[in-house]
Structures are given as C-alpha cells and as structure tokens.
Design a protein around this ligand. Structure first.
Ligand code: ATP
Length: 308
C-alpha cells in the first residue's frame, strides 16, 4: 500500500522549452519522425492547481491568448489526469485550473507542460505515489514532449524526442523570445518539411540524427558564444515557408545584438540567444520598440515541480 498522503489541493508549476538543436530524420512507419534534439527548459511557466472533485473538469486562463486551448478530452492535461486515474485505479476525479504563461501552439511545448504538471499534481492529490519511473512512462504515452516537461533542465531527446538523456549545462543561458499572435500546427510543419525534402530528392536525413559534440561541449561550458554557431532547427525552413515574416524577425534580433536566433520547435516562437542578461535586456527592449512582442527568459530551469 502506498505511504503517500492525500492532499487537499496542490499547485504544480511546469516550464516551457526551446529546442536548442532539432535534427529531424525520415518519417517512421508509426507516422512520427526520428529526432535528435536538445531541449532546454526556460523560465516561462504553466501553473496548474488541482483540487478534489467527483468528476473531471477544467478551466484555462493565462497571460497568453488561450482561445485555441480545447476544454474537452482533447486537452492534454485532462487526458493526463484520466490516464493516471485509470492506470492507478483511482475512482475520484479532479478539477484542474490551468494558468498559461507559454504561448499556445508556439513550439514551446505548453500543452506538454500542462500534461506533465497534471500528472505530478494528481499523483500528489490522490496519493498514488507512482515515482519518477511511473510518471515518465505515463508521460511518454501522452506525447513525445511530455517526459521532458517532467524532467526539465537540459536534455538530449532521441526516438520521438521522448528517450531522454540529461545533458550537463553549466550556468545560465539568456534567451529573448519573440511571440506570434497566430500559432503553427506541429503536424502541418512536419508535413511541409516532408514536402520540401521530397521536392529536393535529397533526403540524406539520417546524417542529421546526431547532436554535434561541439554543441554538447558549449552547453557543458556554459558558453553562449560557442553555442550560437552550432544551434540548428531542421523545421525552420518549413515554418518560415508558412510564415515568411519569421525571417524578418530573425534578422531583426541578430541586428539588434543577439548572438543568433532560431525558430523554437515547430514555431512560430523565435528564441534569440544572447551573451548575458544585460545584452538580452537590450535586445528585448529594441525588439519591443519595433513592434515585436518579446520576453526575456533564462534556462535551464527544473521540470514540473510541486509548490504547495
Ligand atoms: P508541441 O508540443 O507540438 O511543440 P506547441 O508547443 O506548438 O506544441 P501547444 O501549446 O503545446 O503547442 O499545443 C498545441 C495544440 O495542442 C493546441 O493548438 C491545442 O489544440 C492542443 N492542446 C491540447 N491540450 C492543450 C493544452 N493544455 N494547452 C494548449 N494546447 C493544448
């Protein structure tokens, strides 16, 4: 029997992520693409409050536009709660109050962070005490980015991105994010990449499925100057094809002093790596002055954490 104590209400915070590196291989038979990616969790958060309830219910608010978030069983947090209940034989329900800080459909894994937070919150609320391994297994069933949102920090992801190996990252990296009002659909961006590759008839994609040693060394050294030239996102060309304005934004940030800029995951959020906090504040202010919505964040930060 579990020794865990049931809680009255819990608050869990989970971070959004950026992909410092995203190498995309060919589409696999299961429809997913093989990936070699490096995630970094950054200081932009989802807050999930879970309280006891007879059934399953959900409310969503936040500092970002939440109109695109489904409130039914398509919601990843609700699916996470139900999966955990079913897995552990829990008969009670939960009310989830999600406060989003991560842009919706922005390529920063906000929905995955909600799912990871819901798993940790319900595990504490119901006293199911699944432990890190049990939570990881459920997370991987919910989505490829959910395990990383549980673990946080900096990690290499292979397979669908869900087979994680922690990566050493010293110090802190300063990022300026440029947000977009309109999100991009992850499956559509992958589809566009497939089309681009088919057209080029040069799909030598498997050669990309290794994270460069120089990138891991730069992370280990905490050296933003070394990291900038080796960052890469194979999805960037496909995202830019849908959203040509991203190319202008990428050039703007670099002109204003960022070391480099990259589309985060499937976009459209752009992450600019800066030399330090002061440089990041300058880049953020200048981007905002030219009409971009820009945020200064840092990484790595921990994964889903129980706060109360
Ligand atoms: P990905 O993890 O695929 O990179 P993303 O970061 O681009 O995704 P998310 O905000 O995580 O984008 O969500 C993508 C889509 O998932 C949304 O458009 C929405 O339809 C659906 N979704 C399901 N659950 C959630 C949730 N809790 N929060 C936000 N979106 C959700």
């Amino acid at each position: 029997m579990s020794m865990a104590r049931r809680a009255d209400a819990v608050h869990v915070r989970a971070p959004g992520k950026i992909n410092v590196y995203l190498g995309v291989g060919p589409r696999r038979d299961d429809g997913y693409h093989a990936l070699a990616t490096v995630f970094q969790a950054v200081s932009l958060y989802e807050d999930v409050h879970a309280s006891p309830s007879d059934g399953f219910s959900l409310e969503v608010s936040g500092s970002v536009d939440v109109s695109g978030v489904p409130l039914d069983d398509r919601n990843l947090a609700l699916r996470a709660a139900k999966l955990l209940a079913q897995h552990a034989g829990v008969t009670e329900g939960v009310h989830l109050d999600i406060r989003k800080g991560v842009p919706v459909a922005g390529g920063m894994g906000g929905g995955s962070a909600d799912a990871a937070a819901a798993l940790v919150a319900c595990d504490a609320l119901w006293g199911t005490d699944l432990g890190p391994r049990g939570l990881h297994d459920l997370a991987a069933r919910l989505g490829a980015d959910v395990p990383f949102a549980l673990h946080g920090g900096t990690a290499v992801g292979t397979g669908r991105g869900d087979e994680l190996t922690p990566a050493l990252a010293r110090g802190r990296f300063d990022w300026v994010l440029v947000l977009s009002e309109q999100g991009l659909s992850t499956p559509e961006v992958y589809g566009r990449l497939d089309e681009l590759r088919d057209d080029a008839l040069a799909d030598d994609a498997t050669s990309l499925l290794e994270v460069p040693v120089a990138l891991l060394q730069a992370l280990r050294a905490g050296d933003a100057q070394e990291l900038a030239p080796v960052m890469l996102n194979d999805l960037e060309a496909a995202a830019v094809l849908d959203r040509p304005d991203l190319e202008h934004a990428l050039a703007d940030g670099v002109r204003m002093g960022a070391l480099t800029g990259i589309v985060s995951g499937s976009g459209p959020t752009i992450a600019f790596l800066c030399a330090g906090p002061e440089a990041a504040r300058t880049v953020q202010a200048e981007l905002q002055a030219t009409g971009h919505e820009a945020l200064h964040v840092h990484g790595p930060v921990p994964g889903a954490q129980l706060l109360v």
